[in-house]
Design a protein around this ligand. Structure first.
Ligand code: 9MR
Length: 464
């Protein structure tokens, strides 16, 4: 194997490592791995802007195996003027997710909100044409890049009748089925979801959706899943959530919790946080109890990346991490429900190593170097910074490996995507700091735990 081949192989194997043990702030495995071990996913909504908050981005990379774009695939973002399609921000979310080995849920194609005025003012015939064209173009662009799409969002009123949106008023009852048929034709490989809120428990609204899905199944309208947003209030998780998910699953569709947050009156206190933890556990357990519940997505991940305070004044603290990106009791509760410490479920993970041999002639790249520096130390923990420097040639990605010798572990990191296996740690570049000109450097950091000695490891750096 040539030198470049060796580098490629090292990077490939680093990329293929399954996180076995983890960076989690709790010292448990990240939720994405715990959920995967239960055949589910854990995800969170991210906006393109969220990727600029590097610590938050690192938190999502560590915890979430799925990303839902918060706004970037909605109609106002993708087709602001008729036929004027723009995918820049949606593509940024996809690229960011791919860089952290995260899958993407598409959200959303046909909705009454965040849809430009030009759409709303079309005549019925034109509106139908525009809807199908939008579905074709947006789904065509993202074909092969997403695993699911929310085709139609929030089309029901609280009493279980159709919401009197411009879609409903101009196109009538048939528009939802038309949207699903167009979606299947546009991309037969992606899962097609209907998505709504206040449908989490059994009630008039979820009955309305249920009857529609049942009719779709009988009529052969292509629908694969139903998303339950689960924008909930502390202490008010509907007691029929599990039964509700199950009755939909029994119709022959997948179900998913798609936008979970559980808000409270702020400020939070320990009693509210404890109730919220029980609520998060209840939702997680409801999903785990239903075989066809494929996963849970939270709408944001930390309390400073949440839509709640802006829309419900005086409320917030709705997510599993606080505004300092520290795990809340809700996080521990989800972790435990998914099988983390505190339960007896055994988590097994597999490690796959792919070896790529690249034969090349000419000047081999001069790779990179890494220096590891402890920048702070306290009882039980420490902070470290690793500097990655390109050699005499530019690089486009890097991986830094080291082994802890004193039982240290990583709790949280930034500016790199870390995976750990026992005492071995691999830190890979993020989407935004892999490319380094010749001689240039970048740093990433982490907070770790240590008890007693904390020897400075000797990292090795590989680059391509
Ligand atoms: O998180 C989204 C927020 O940034 C937007 O301002 C808002 C506008 O409606 O939409 C938010 O996301 C919504 C999602 O797309 C559908 N379900 C409700 C979510 C919260 O409003």
């Amino acid at each position: 194997m040539t030198r470049l081949g060796a580098v490629a192989a090292a990077l490939a194997s680093a990329a293929a490592l399954t996180v076995a043990l983890s960076p989690a702030a709790s010292a448990a495995a990240p939720l994405r791995d715990l959920a995967a071990a239960r055949g589910r996913y854990f995800g969170n909504a991210m906006t393109a802007g969220d990727f600029n908050d590097s610590a938050y981005r690192a938190l999502s990379a560590r915890e979430a195996g799925v990303v839902t774009p918060g706004n970037e695939m909605k109609w106002d973002a993708t087709e602001p003027s008729r036929g004027g399609f723009t995918f820049t921000r949606g593509d940024q979310v996809v690229a960011g997710a791919v860089a952290a080995n995260q899958k993407v849920r598409g959200h959303t194609l046909v909705w009454h909100s965040q849809t430009p005025a030009w759409v709303q003012s079309l005549s019925a015939t034109d509106l139908r044409t525009a809807m199908v064209n939008h579905i074709n173009t947006v789904m065509g662009h993202y074909k092969g890049k997403l695993f699911a799409w929310d085709v139609v969002n929030e089309a029901f009123a609280e009493d279980g009748t159709r919401r009197q949106s411009f879609w409903q008023q101009k196109l009538g009852d048939g528009y939802i089925a038309e949207a699903f048929r167009a979606a299947r034709a546009a991309d037969p490989t992606v899962k097609l979801y209907y998505n709504d809120y206040n449908t989490d428990g059994i009630g008039a609204k979820s009955d309305g959706v249920y009857n529609m899905v049942k009719a779709f199944k009988q009529q052969g309208v292509p629908i694969d899943g139903v998303g339950f947003q689960a924008h909930l209030i502390v202490g008010q998780v509907p007691s029929t959530t599990r039964q509700n998910l199950q009755r939909f699953a029994d119709l022959g569709v997948d179900v998913a919790i798609t936008e979970l947050d559980i808000r409270m009156k702020t400020p939070a206190d320990s009693a509210k946080l404890a109730q919220q933890a029980r609520d998060y556990a209840e939702v997680t357990n409801a999903c785990l109890a239903v075989t066809r519940c494929v996963g849970i997505t939270t709408w944001g991940l930390s309390d400073n990346h949440s839509w709640i305070p802006g829309v419900f004044p005086g409320e917030g603290a709705a997510l599993p991490f606080d505004t300092n990106l520290q795990p809340k009791p809700a996080y521990q509760a989800m972790s435990t429900a998914f099988g983390g410490p505190g339960t007896t479920t055994t988590t097994t993970t597999t490690t796959t190593t792919t070896t790529t041999t690249t034969t090349t002639t000419g000047t081999p790249p001069t790779g990179c170097t890494a220096t590891y520096r402890i920048t702070g130390q306290w009882q039980g923990g420490f902070q470290a910074e690793v500097r990655v420097s390109a050699g005499a040639a530019p690089i486009s990605r890097w991986a830094v490996d080291w082994t802890f010798t004193d039982g240290q572990s990583v709790s949280s990191s930034w500016n790199a995507v870390l995976t750990t296996q026992g005492a071995s740690v691999t830190a890979r570049n993020t989407s935004y700091n892999g490319t380094l000109p010749a001689g240039a450097g970048t740093t990433f950091g982490f907070v770790g735990t240590s008890n007693g000695p904390n020897a400075t490891p000797s990292p090795t750096c590989t680059a391509a």
